[in-house]
Design a protein around this ligand. Structure first.
Ligand code: C2E
Ligand code: CA
Ligand code: CA
Ligand code: CA
Length: 282
């Protein structure tokens, strides 16, 4: 960033310039990377808090960049959203994740449901419903095995036109999850109007559960959210469960499903297949 005010010159900030150059280079490289197959998907199990069984997995995309190594989604998803490449990239992730879910079903030891993140731009794209139906049919997965995750900020304030494709998918049996719940400005009453069946409580809420007994204020908040969610027939998934104390507290508070490093980090699909959670669940 170079700027000159009158006779005064500011030095460029070399670090932010380097970051901007990298961002630009990464953005330019995205389409070819998709064509060359440099993206891959890791899976993180979703664990039922009641009985400790693996109920499903969330698909999380990564980029095996030839120069920079493996890049996490936070490095390139915003860039892909900026250029619109998120639409074909998101379709690619959906297809790969659905195919993997179908494979797991055939083995009956892997996760049975698959969660896939959908960015707001995909929701605005007219092909979302058709693409999803097409992929489910082609891969032979029933709609009820798929859960699409949209962030709270993408859905709160969305008008009816924007919600229409989600309603269509929900009517077919696809689950819709409200991701990162609690980080936006949700009007809780608004929840009723959204075609969602799952609330994913953001990691920030589970942090206060790290010590045992859990932070009393955080407890109260989670307790309230769980009560509200259940009264609206929504199930509650908690993110970022890193310790057994957190898992215990969240189970006591009535949360349904958990996800986090305590159970497993995101990893290749074959690792999930053989995952033994007996130790973690106790
Ligand atoms: P998210 O949907 O909230 O995904 C959860 C993130 O938390 C993942 O980060 C996961 O690796 C991380 N995580 C899981 N358990 C723990 C834990 O116990 N502790 C901590 N500290 N972190 C945990 P990741 O893989 O880097 O993904 C970051 C974000 O990128 C995701 O947040 C999601 O918003 C986005 N993303 C990932 N894949 C896709 C995709 O295919 N499409 C779109 N549109 N967005 C994606
Ligand atoms: Ca997610
Ligand atoms: Ca999340
Ligand atoms: Ca997040």
């Amino acid at each position: 960033a170079k700027s000159a005010g009158g006779n005064r010159f500011e030095l460029a900030d070399p670090e932010s310039d380097a970051r901007a150059i990298t961002r630009h280079a990464l953005t330019t490289a995205l389409p070819a990377a998709l064509e060359r197959g440099e993206f891959f998907i890791e899976y993180q199990p979703l664990v039922h808090l009641g009985d400790g069984s693996v109920r499903g997995a969330e698909a999380l995309v990564r980029w095996a960049h030839p120069q920079h190594g493996v890049l996490g989604p936070d490095r390139f998803i915003p860039l892909a959203e900026h250029t619109g490449l998120i639409v074909p990239l998101g379709r690619w992730v959906l297809e790969g994740a659905v195919r993997q879910a179908r494979r797991w079903q055939g083995t009956d030891t892997g996760p049975v449901r698959i969660n896939v993140n959908v960015s707001p731009m995909q929701l605005h794209h007219p092909g979302l419903v058709a693409d999803t139906v097409d992929i489910l049919e082609r891969e032979g997965l029933e709609p009820g095995a798929l859960c699409l995750e949209l962030t709270e900020s993408a859905l709160i304030g969305a008008d009816d036109d924007l919600l229409k494709p989600l309603r269509r998918l929900a009517e077919m049996g696809v689950d819709i999850a409200l991701d990162d719940f609690g980080t936006g400005y949700s009007n809780l009453a608004n929840l009723r109007r959204l075609p969602v069946s799952v609330l994913k409580l953001d990691r920030s809420f589970t942090r206060g559960m790290q010590q045992y007994p859990a932070d009393p204020v955080d407890r109260k908040i989670v307790e309230g959210i769980v009560a509200l969610a259940h009264s609206l027939d929504l199930s509650v998934t908690v993110e970022g469960v890193e310790t057994g104390a957190q898992a215990d507290a969240l189970r006591e508070l009535g949360c349904d499903t958990a996800q986090g490093w305590f159970y497993a980090r995101p990893g290749p699909p074959d690792r999930l297949h053989t995952l033994d959670l007996a130790d973690a669940v106790g």
